[in-house]
Ligand binder design. Structure first.
Ligand code: HAM
Length: 439
């Protein structure tokens, strides 16, 4: 026998058993974003490599080590490692920034990063993200954080800490970079090779290094909050005031610098300790320089992205509710081949009305069919044989109560089934209610 081919390392299958968890988070995120006036955008899975070099930044781990780049017919493309760059490119290319501002969009997409796989860290993962372009005041920072928080609340999550920081604007960052260079240069011989380049080109990236030696050296590095200019400081203070006004708990964490280069001023992360080392469920921030850097008019912007695998893992670990798949309303069991066309015809009538109907596709005997109907949790079963075809009537069996009701197999079938099904659903609701009252 040939060896089985397995999926690539760092990728996951979503089986029909798990898909409802995805429907749950996707629906929650979509509905919440729409309630804040955001609308969906869909962008290509791959883009010109230069897009990511220019936006995510050449000194980031994502660009230096993690991009999946392919050359196809002499042109180089990269599978998107995140959604912001492509979304902003799309806003510019489609003239969206000439429309009413702010432009508010959301996306659900797969991302690709060649990282070392572990729980909550994949090579193909999925993000729900939002981007808002055109507004520069701290009201929009608070709005965006509130949106992320509402999704997490609606998912039923508890104990996810919001960490916020400000990483300033190019003016205050220039001073901060000087201070970082002064701090790290005396110990530059101990830094990893990547950090040596960072020291030269983008010293703030040093604070994000995963090497334990660099992290230890950076422990007492100067903090950006001590270098903010008046404008950035006022912006950050106003944001805190707005978050308090909305009753959103937060902590200021000057170590949050984010792994992508485009950020300015506010950055934030929602972090949980429930799913191990990869506990950042959501990350984002303001990026006031990116749109201009990508060839647009200077336009402030901000956004975030949530890792959907991490969101689902956290919901699982906290026992949150997920949607359940719809089960079979009616299983029709033809006793012989002659009954098959009638089973098909009746099944189709009900499916058009939205019922889930199945009949035998395996040429099984009646006993095996009943076993299957039980396994799929069919609410009703109807056997069709010679007798039923001749009399034009059959018995509809309620699989929960064992009750049987006669039903005509003519044009009244759908209406009668409707009546019985509604009674059945109503019976369930009454039973649940009675159970709750007894508790
Ligand atoms: P990011 O922090 O790189 O930001 O990713 C956002 C989220 O995606 C993370 O907080 C995490 O939940 C998830 N994530 C990242 N890498 C992985 C991975 N390898 N496996 C599983 N989940 C992962 C961005 O991507 C920015 N574009 C966010 C943003 C939007 N900023 C402004 N607008």
């Amino acid at each position: 026998m040939a060896n089985k081919i397995t999926r690539p390392l760092g990728t996951e299958d979503v089986t029909p058993k798990q898909i409802y968890k995805w429907y749950t988070v996707e629906r929650l995120a979509r509905e919440t974003a729409e309630s804040f006036g955001f609308h969906e955008v869909r962008i290509p899975t791959f883009e010109n490599t230069n897009l990511f070099l220019r936006s995510v930044g050449e000194t980031t781990d994502v660009v230096q080590k993690e991009m999946y780049t392919v050359k196809a017919k002499e042109t180089e493309f990269t599978l998107r490692p995140e959604g912001t760059a492509g979304t902003i490119r799309s806003m510019l290319q489609n003239g969206m920034l000439n429309d009413a501002l702010p432009q508010k969009v959301y996306y659900i997409l797969s991302c690709f990063r060649h990282e070392r796989p572990q729980a909550g860290r994949l090579r193909e993962f999925h993000q729900f993200g939002i981007e808002m372009a055109g507004s520069q005041g701290p009201t929009s920072d608070a709005e965006i954080i509130a949106l992320a928080k509402t999704i997490l609340d609606n998912a039923g999550l508890k104990n996810i800490a919001l960490h916020i920081n400000s990483i300033g604007c190019p003016t205050c960052r220039a001073e901060y970079h000087k201070a970082l260079r002064a701090y790290f240069t005396p110990r530059k011989d101990e830094l990893c090779d990547t950090c040596l380049t960072r020291l030269e080109k983008n010293p703030m990236r040093l604070l994000d290094c995963k090497s334990p030696i660099c992290a230890e050296i950076g422990k007492d590095a100067p903090l950006i909050l001590d270098y903010l200019c008046d404008d950035c400081k006022a912006h950050f203070e106003k944001l805190q005031e707005y978050l308090r006004a909305m009753d959103i708990d937060f902590m200021i964490n000057p170590k949050i610098v984010r792994g992508l280069d485009y950020y300015t001023k506010t950055v934030f992360e929602f972090i949980t300790t429930d799913i191990g080392a990869q506990g950042t469920v959501c990350g984002g921030g303001r990026y006031d320089g990116l749109i201009e850097q990508m060839g647009g008019k200077p336009t402030p912007a901000m956004g975030f992205a949530m890792g959907l695998e991490r969101l689902i893992l956290t919901m699982e670990s906290q026992g949150c509710d997920f949607e359940q798949p719809k089960t079979c309303d009616l299983y029709i069991a033809p006793m012989d081949e002659a009954a098959v066309p009638k089973a098909m015809q009746l099944g189709q009538t009900l499916r058009v009305s939205g019922y889930q109907v199945e009949y035998d596709l395996m040429e099984r005997g009646l006993k095996a069919q009943m076993k299957y109907a039980n396994k799929i949790g069919a609410a009703f079963v109807m056997v069709l044989g010679e007798n039923e075809l001749n009399t034009g009537k059959a018995k509809l069996k309620n699989m929960q109560t064992g009750e049987q009701t006669e039903i005509a197999l003519d044009e009244t079938f759908e209406e009668k089934f409707d009546d019985i099904a509604v009674q059945f659903m109503f019976h369930d609701i009454v039973e649940d209610f009675e159970k709750e009252c007894q508790l």
